[in-house]
Design a protein around this ligand. Structure first.
Ligand SMILES: *Cc1c(COP(=O)(O)O)cnc(C)c1O
Length: 221
């Protein structure tokens, strides 16, 4: 058995365990395979094991990998890293889902590209300076701006809590994201990574973004 097939079995098991604890159907939770820094061959291998949703952080990095995975017709690629509006047009050509919309300007730029896109709004729930995402107070206005974009299909909210070894530290952030999504009538929640995916699923995640637990430690990009 390859490392990936073993790791995938463990991740699926963890997802199923968390879903069972809160009476959810694990089939309703998307496993987004985060392949940043890894080569296109890693995407192909994961595809062979049945994965269809892939997360990448950088437009430029995926630009070089995209031609090598263009034949994987039913694969979907999600941008999960910060997107500058001057790269919106290129991102709209490369990705099917943009999870990191964080301003009305970026939404308009994506819309103007003409591609039909599923989008999520990234919400910044901690005070960390380095983090991107929309402030919760700006969410109402941003949601209205995205909904006014006819090429964008707003699916939900995404967040990334401050790093902690303790998965319980993420729980209040996940809970807050679920409350915000509920207030705005948004069905999807992208939250939870390798170390805290169980907590995220217990709090309602519909998409967990998993890199390390599937592919091993990343070398620094
Ligand atoms: C890298 C990354 C992940 C995956 O993190 P792991 O800890 O490797 O599972 C998930 N979400 C975002 C936004 C990331 O940048």
């Amino acid at each position: 058995m390859s490392d990936l097939s073993r790791n995938l079995a463990v991740v699926r098991e963890r997802m199923a365990g968390a879903a069972a604890r809160v009476g959810r159907d694990p089939a309703q939770i998307t496993l987004l395979a985060v392949t940043k820094v890894f080569p296109a061959s890693t995407i192909r291998e994961a595809y062979e094991f049945g994965l269809r949703e892939f997360g990448e952080n950088y437009v430029q990095e995926f630009e070089t990998k995209a031609p090598e995975v263009a034949d994987l017709a039913d694969a979907r690629f999600h941008l999960i890293g910060h997107l500058q509006s001057n790269k919106a047009r290129r991102a709209a050509e490369l990705f099917q889902v943009i999870q990191t919309v964080d301003s009305p300007k970026l939404a308009r730029r994506l819309n103007e590209s003409g591609a039909r896109l599923d989008v999520m709004i990234e919400v910044k729930l901690s005070g960390e300076e380095a983090k991107s995402g929309a402030e919760p107070a700006a969410l109402g206005e941003l949601i209205a701006a995205v909904r006014a974009c006819s090429n964008l299909n707003l699916r939900g909210l995404m967040t990334m809590p401050p790093w902690s070894d303790d998965p319980e530290a993420s729980r209040p952030y996940f809970r807050r994201l679920r409350e915000l999504a509920g207030q705005h009538g948004l069905p999807e929640l992208s939250m939870g990574m390798s170390h805290d995916l169980e907590t995220a699923i217990e709090e309602g995640a519909t998409c967990v973004r998993v890199g390390t637990a599937l592919f091993g430690r990343r070398k620094k990009a």
